[in-house]
Design a protein around this ligand. Structure first.
Ligand code: KG4
Ligand code: ZN
Length: 334
């Protein structure tokens, strides 16, 4: 089956990753090199540093992915790469590497959308059925994506300001927790004995859009009030209030959309899908509505190249290849 081996490359943010995926489903290798320790002291990803780190590691990561797959470069059928969205300098590193390899090996190049990757990560562990609805929640994205059939994406809702992960990271920063803050808020929320009630942004009645900046401001206001009055703040109760507000809105809108569009499956994906509270609440709501929920395992929820290989396989099957003039597109739409 050597004609169906895709080498995928992902460098859209702060993970340098390469993977070999067979037939869009089977992971032969998936190497992820995280830069978190470098960006941590700045409290967020520094684009210029991210690009430089990708340049330093990309060749080693690609070599390791091929070696670990048990195949050789000559067995590969295509090279897939994240075309966008993401940080332009970071994307460029993966794009140049992919073009070089495709040219040298004389095999096709497949331009892949990062969000399509997060969604199709599901196929690496589960059977996907259509129509499906994906709730994509990460540091850069919060989207409800309808998939009427394979390879077709319709965004029916998106954040109007902060992405969920971004809101988590900002709240964590205000509480002086390390970056990325999501897992720390998640842990605090689980330890909480009380909850500080915070508002929910439902927006217009029929809207599937989201907004988290008001919630983030409400959290900051609580922190400032306590500091000004010299009162001790129950940080766990605040984390719980924040998390509950986020979960309530995400779960309610996802379930309402799933019902309206009569989908077969609900897919939860992206880095924030690692959130225990969100997974539990969505599982419970889906069970009640007799809806199948798919959540990739945590290592496939955060940025990785195997998900890009899975999404790229659909284009591979249809012969939808990119030219060597392909450009990294930081604002690429789905
Ligand atoms: O998908 P991802 O790895 O990168 C992007 O494409 O953005 O997502 C990273 C985001 C970060 O904002 C991080 O704080 C958040 O996912 N995250 C979490 C949890 N684990 C990671 N947020 C909430 N709860 C978690 N357990
Ligand atoms: Zn991502």
């Amino acid at each position: 089956m050597s004609e169906e081996l895709i080498l995928a490359i992902e460098t859209s943010c702060d993970e340098t990753s390469a993977a070999v995926v067979r037939s869009g489903k089977e992971i032969c290798s998936n190497i992820v090199s995280s830069q978190i320790d470098v960006h941590e002291r700045f409290g967020g990803v520094v684009p210029e540093i991210a690009s430089r780190k990708h340049v330093e590691t990309i060749t080693r990561i690609i070599e390791a992915a091929i070696a670990q797959s048990g195949y050789t470069a000559n067995d590969l059928s295509a090279i897939a790469v994240t075309e966008g969205p993401g940080l332009v300098g970071a994307l460029l590193v993966g794009n140049v590497a992919a073009k070089g390899l495709a040219l040298a090996l004389n095999i096709p190049l497949i331009a892949t959308h990062h969000i399509a990757g997060h969604i199709y990560a599901s196929r690496l562990e589960h059977e996907m059925r259509f129509p499906a609805l994906a709730l994509v929640v990460s540091g850069g994205h919060t989207e409800l994506v309808l998939l009427p059939k394979e390879g077709v994406f319709q965004i029916i809702g998106r954040t109007r300001d902060d992405a969920v992960g971004e809101a988590y990271d900002k709240v964590a920063r205000a509480l002086k927790l390390p970056y990325p803050g999501g897992p720390h808020i998640d842990r605090l929320a689980h330890e909480a004995a009380a909850e500080i009630e915070l508002p929910r942004a439902w927006l217009e009645q029929d809207s599937y859009d989201f907004s988290f900046s008001g919630l983030k401001s409400a959290v900051l206001a609580v922190i400032n009030q306590h500091r000004m009055k010299g009162l001790e703040l129950d940080e766990a109760a605040l984390a719980k209030g924040f998390q509950q507000s986020v979960i309530d809105v995400l779960v309610t809108k996802a379930l309402r959309a799933a019902k309206q569009y009569g989908v077969e499956q609900l897919i939860l994906c992206g880095g924030v899908a690692a959130n225990r509270g969100l997974r539990q609440a969505l599982a419970l709501a889906c069970e009640k509505d007799k809806l199948q929920l798919i959540v990739p395992s945590p290592k496939l929820c955060t940025d990785n190249a195997a998900m890009i290989g899975a999404a790229a396989y659909i284009k591979f099957k249809h012969g939808q290849f990119a030219g060597l003039d392909m450009k990294a597109d930081p604002g690429l739409s789905l």
